[in-house]
Design a protein around this ligand. Sequence first.
Ligand code: DAT
Ligand code: MG
Length: 151
Amino acid sequence: MAVERTYLMVKPDGVQRGLCGEIVSRFEKKGLKLVAAKFTAISKATAESHYGEHKGKKFYDSLISYMTSGPVLAMVWEGDGAVAVCRGIMGKTNPQESAPGTIRGDFGMVTGMNLIHGSDSPESAAREISLFFRPEELMAYGRSADAWIYE
Ligand code: DAT
Ligand code: MG
């Protein structure tokens, strides 16, 4: 098993549309384990750091204003291959290209309002988790259901 952690965030449109519960439940039902969660508003500086790789692109300014337009639900999830598993549950960046059954495929219409962020690699996950959470906010706990999720 390759146990990984990934950073997921319900974006402001997901919060405004009342989809936090729906989105969280998809990761829970899959068998992923919640390690940390925080309902918070992110500063411009944090948004710029989080999306630093996109600085200079034509959508960057609107991305930063979107991400700071309202509260987000910041989370850390853990599981075998969690980074790729969660990206699959989210769907593609453009909701119109995302398969039905994915979060973006089921609930989104445009790339600029695509409901959820998820880390794209274990390295990005480590960077993003440390941007949004202090180490002591990550919960270490046993979960009895794991015996019925993993062989
Ligand atoms: P993802 O969120 O799937 O990892 P990304 O890292 O390429 O996608 O881009 C980060 C976010 O930036 C994306 O969720 C929405 C926004 N974005 C990306 N490409 C865009 C585009 N062409 N037009 C508008 N927004 C875009
Ligand atoms: Mg990305």
